[in-house]
Design a protein around this ligand. Structure first.
Ligand code: EPU
Length: 407
């Protein structure tokens, strides 16, 4: 993608959340016979998940951002190529265990942003009575009879919380996930599952699940807006004349807005939208962690912005140990970026060099896109990363005035 210097302005509508849509589609298999999901992003991770559902016999139809699922499926080992193309394919482990008491699945793929082990998922399954065997690239799990369980997560994990909620929703009796993930995508999954027969709720740091083996006849559900996509456009807006970001859930964006306020960014908030204006910013010290803190997925979006803000800003990453590859790419611009253990220090400069970038993961690609939009005359390769998580990205960018060519 070759980006020309452009004047950004206008409005952009945020799509459904990737990280809420993926668990809900996996949970569809065990919650209801027929489903209508709306606000479903048209992105490659979700489309790969739908392709797997199609292969195991579900009937899936898409009409714009709505999908219709007829969730009856057959047991088939999950060894398809699509499984290793994205991380969330592993949510099908719990759906399969609930439906067939057994699963054989390829190791999930996903962005390389650290070691990303899956031990909490597997330990949780064991607590429910499962037997687990892992070879180099295949996970085999089976169970005679699933039993209600209590599993304490050693560290908060979105993915493991999803798998254990889905599994427990089909086990008669009361299960508890202690130290569960606090992310809003989990609350969307809980709301969805509660439309079936199971009862799921948060109790302080835990999630309590009363499972039920029955299937609802039909469920309709609207996926929450994508807070990471929203923040991506908010960062783009900081260099625009005026950019309105519509269809957002403001209370999911409290931490990002807090940091923008600290940096003295100009923005106006309405009920479901925020309008951002070009701003003279001040340096800030940012910290990413579990919700309600700033998400680890949102933090790299700030680097290109603060590479141009006079003074030193700092960014501390506590979730992933290798989420710094974006810095190597950004340094091609001559930006002053230093990494000390878990913290990135950026000293703002006025003149940075337009460059050619090779992103290595989804949010790295989004950060480099923001850099390219600010600087112009920049090139972004490996667009497949952007397409994993940003719905209609090229159409949306064009609509807000970005001039670019894709070879
Ligand atoms: N962890 C373990 N063992 C496990 C699971 C997690 O040690 O069994 C550790 C991880 O290594 C990490 C921490 O726990 O240090 C949190 O990982 P988590 O399980 O929460 O991550 P995830 O579920 O694999 C999801 C999103 C990521 C997002 C993280 C933020 C999806 C499909 N992925 O990953 O999204 O960064 O939560 O916690 O929902 C993205 O959208 O670009 C993306 C990478």
């Amino acid at each position: 993608m070759y980006i020309n210097p452009s004047k950004i302005k206008g409005k952009v509508k945020i799509s459904g959340s990737k990280n809420a849509g993926l668990p809900i589609i996996a949970a569809s298999l065990v919650t209801s016979k027929k489903l209508v999901l709306s606000n479903v992003a048209d992105i490659s991770d979700i489309n790969n998940m739908l392709a797997i559902l199609d292969k195991i016999g579900c009937k899936v139809k898409r009409s714009k951002n709505k999908i219709f699922i007829d969730s009856f499926c057959n047991y088939m080992p999950l060894l398809f190529e699509e499984v290793s193309k994205f991380r969330a394919s592993y949510y099908l482990m719990s759906s399969y265990l609930a439906l067939f008491s057994s699963v054989s699945i390829k190791m999930p793929g996903g962005c390389k942003i650290g070691s990303r082990p899956i031990d909490f998922h597997l330990e949780g399954f064991k607590a429910a009575g499962c037997k687990v065997e892992v070879t180099d690239d295949i996970i085999n799990i089976s169970v005679k009879e699933l039993a209600p369980f209590i599993y304490r997560m050693p560290k908060k994990s979105l993915g493991a919380t999803v798998n254990l909620i889905i599994l427990a929703s089909k086990i008669d009796g009361k299960s508890i996930i202690e130290n569960a993930s606090t992310e809003p995508e989990i609350d969307d999954l809980i709301e969805f599952i509660n439309k079936g027969f199971a009862k799921v709720y948060r109790r302080r740091n835990d999630i309590v699940i009363y499972g039920n083996k029955e299937f609802s006849e039909k469920i309709t559900h609207k996926i929450i807006p994508d807070r990471i996509e929203a923040f991506t456009y908010m960062c783009i807006g900081l260099n625009s004349k005026k950019l309105a970001i519509k269809n957002i859930e403001l209370h999911h964006l409290k931490a990002p807005l807090k940091y923008l306020k600290m940096a003295e960014a100009k923005f106006k908030i309405k009920k479901n939208s925020v309008t951002i204006y070009k701003s003279d910013l001040k340096p800030i010290n940012v910290y990413s962690n579990h919700y309600p803190e700033l998400s680890t997925d949102q933090m790299p979006l700030l680097y290109p912005i603060f590479m141009r803000v006079p003074g030193q800003s700092s960014f501390r990453e506590d979730i992933y140990e290798e989420r710094f590859s974006v810095c190597e790419e950004l340094k091609k611009t001559n930006a002053d970026i230093k990494i000390d253990n878990k913290t990135i220090f950026i000293n703002g400069k006025y003149l940075l060099k337009p460059s050619e970038f090779y992103p290595t993961d989804l949010r790295c690609a989004a950060s480099l896109l923001i850099e390219g939009i600010i600087n112009g005359n920049s090139v972004i390769n490996n667009l497949n990363y952007l397409e994993r998580g940003y719905d209609n990205i090229y159409k949306k960018l064009k609509k807000i005035g970005l001039k670019f060519k894709i070879k």
